[in-house]
Design a protein around this ligand. Structure first.
Ligand SMILES: Nc1ncnc2c1ncn2[C@@H]1O[C@H](COP(=O)(O)OP(=O)(O)OP(=O)(O)O)[C@@H](O)[C@H]1O
Length: 116
């Protein structure tokens, strides 16, 4: 196993996270995640609830990063307007929306009964 290559790959991946953080949507997701974590700490969640919150936060942020990567590749491959470029960007953005909607539903299901 080439440890130096592995460390370098991790470096590129962390740089990828920092690069994605330049995007406004990504900052909104990070801020939302922070708010949910603080709300969870103040409210008190079970082990399973923390597991669910952790997974959904990772899914939303991961999906947003893949969306950003797809946008970059589309812009590179098709700087001019093209229906397939539009389809790729819109479907990728739609995927993020699916995860975001699921995260809101999960948040409501977990927090509302505790606050009611
Ligand atoms: N090359 C293209 N050909 C056709 N339609 C495009 C193309 N690029 C973007 N679009 C359309 O314009 C919309 C806005 O694209 P744009 O890249 O400006 O922002 P975005 O995809 O919403 O990403 P960002 O998060 O950077 O704002 C896309 O969702 C898509 O519908």
């Amino acid at each position: 196993m080439d440890v130096r290559k592995l460390i370098k790959s991790f470096g590129f991946a962390f740089y990828g996270i920092l690069t994605a953080l330049q995007e406004q949507n990504m900052r909104i997701h990070f801020l939302s995640a922070l708010v949910v974590i603080i709300a969870g700490l103040l409210t008190g969640l079970s082990y399973t609830e923390w597991l669910i919150i952790t997974v959904i936060i990772a899914l939303v942020i991961g999906a947003e990063m893949i969306n950003t990567a797809i946008e970059s590749v589309v812009d590179l491959a098709s700087p001019e307007l093209h229906p397939l470029a539009k389809q790729a960007k819109d479907v990728a953005a739609g995927a993020v929306l699916v995860f975001a909607i699921a995260s809101v539903i999960i948040g409501l299901l977990i927090f509302l009964p505790k606050w009611a």
